[in-house]
Ligand binder design. Structure first.
Ligand SMILES: Cc1ncc(COP(=O)(O)O)c(C=O)c1O
Length: 422
């Protein structure tokens, strides 16, 4: 069965979704807690909590031992690799686990840096989280040059002309975010990958912000690396990297002598966080179950995940429309990013605003007291807050929706903001 967009928006079973996340039942000062902090980290489903505790009860051990719990651990790790391979559209041996996106990016950037020198260039962007900028900038110590692709200020999108101009035969790597964790813009990453490859450069995609909002297909993107963090898409605090098999094998990893030199293990340092990795499989299973409810005919986990994201995207677009429409009516509010409903395919439901006369910290604090969890500041999208010159004034107020948020929550947030602003 093929699902049409109009069918899917009504297919997200919100009652089922909300029943899966025990944290959503919290209250603050007798008000229901409203989790609008997804871009900083999402809540986890009951089955993730269960998988973590089950692992600790029944399988807790180090790897490669000649006994039952260790063998269970080995099997669990391979299951999680397969789950993430289904999530990203690749094979299990192209999946690397790490503490978070930042440490994985340092591991890969250090290895790539071994091959760089004067005359080589790396291209990063002003729209990116610092975790996809600083690890590359620090490679200037090799003599390589780091260049920045600019943004179009009016809608906080990547200036693709500027980016294309800055990719040349000197470029060895282009590092770009799939979506901005500050203003929600989704970048044309496939086009960026093509530009990078045409110049003989590698493409490194930071999909941390995009991952809870849309389907990822690393083969279709043809990117060389793509990295994400499971705690941003309803899983535990971990990072996951996809690397093309040929790169994971060829690049020289920094590793202990005792560590396997086989890929992907050569990229995984020390003992991993096994209980969290057990939670990753459960997190992918939750999304697959959601997809199975949307499209009962989905026969593989990958297909179920694609059905889940079709429903999530349609639902989130409606919700973001409601939020943005309401925000734009608030007096003195400055909105950063894409605001036209017809362009919502180019953005995630993550919005950044400033309101005249109120610092982002004041707004976040007053909202927090009323049970609304939002963020203030730069959330490490430092290059953007500097580029837009809001860093010195406390950055932005960020409101981040995910599929467990509701229209009623959006309406209550808007009412609270109107009351605070007066
Ligand atoms: C877009 C983006 N990239 C990278 C990161 C860094 O991720 P991690 O905390 O897993 O290192 C974040 C975290 O907020 C992010 O939002």
């Amino acid at each position: 069965m093929t699902i049409t967009p109009s069918e899917v928006s009504t297919k997200l079973d919100l009652a089922f979704v909300r029943s899966q996340f025990p944290a959503l039942a919290q209250t603050v000062n007798d008000q229901p807690a409203v989790f609008l902090d997804g871009p900083g980290g999402t809540q986890v489903s009951e089955r993730v909590i269960q998988a973590i505790s089950d692992y600790l009860r029944q399988s807790n051990a180090n790897t490669h031992g000649a006994y039952r719990t260790s063998r269970r651990t080995d099997a669990m790790l391979e299951e999680a690799r397969t789950a993430m391979a289904d999530f990203l559209g690749c094979d299990g041996d192209e999946i690397v686990f790490g503490a978070n996106m930042t440490s994985l990016t340092y591991a890969i950037s250090r290895a790539i840096g071994r091959e760089l020198g004067p005359g080589n260039e790396i291209l990063v962007t002003h729209l990116d989280h610092d975790a996809n900028v600083s690890p590359w900038r620090q490679l200037e110590e090799t003599g390589a040059t780091v260049r920045f692709a600019d943004i179009r200020e009016e809608d906080c999108t990547l200036d693709m002309n500027d980016l294309a101009r800055k990719v040349s035969g000197h470029t060895r790597l282009v590092a770009v975010g799939y979506a901005s964790n500050a203003v929600g813009t989704i970048n044309p990453v496939k086009e960026v990958v093509q530009l990078a490859h045409a110049a003989g450069a590698l493409a490194y995609i930071d999909a941390v912000h995009y991952a809870p909002h849309g389907p990822i297909d690393v083969r279709a993107l043809d990117c060389d690396f793509l990295v994400c963090s499971t705690y941003k898409f309803f899983g535990p605090h971990m990072g996951v990297l996809y690397g093309k098999r040929e790169h994971l094998k060829r690049l020289k990893a920094y590793r202990l002598r005792a560590n396997s030199d086989e890929s992907p293990w050569r990229w995984e340092w020390g003992t991993l966080n096994h209980e969290c990795i057990a939670g990753i499989t459960a997190c992918v299973e939750y999304l697959a179950e959601l997809g199975g409810r949307v499209d009962p005919a989905a026969q593989t986990r990958r297909k179920a995940l694609l059905a889940a994201f079709a429903a999530i995207q349609a639902y989130e677009r409606d919700l973001a429309g409601r939020l943005v429409r309401g925000l734009l009516e608030i007096r003195g509010l400055e909105f950063y990013g894409i605001r036209e409903l017809q362009r919502f395919g180019e953005r995630c439901p993550t919005v950044a605003v400033r309101i005249a006369g109120h610092s982002p910290l004041e707004l976040a604090t007053r909202l927090g007291d009323r049970g609304f969890f939002t963020w203030d500041g730069n959330y490490f999208a430092l290059n953007l807050s500097e580029r837009l010159d809001v860093e010195k004034d406390g950055g932005f107020l960020r409101i981040g929706l995910v599929h467990y948020n509701t229209a009623e929550e959006v309406d209550r947030l808007l009412a609270a903001l109107r009351e605070i602003v007066g």
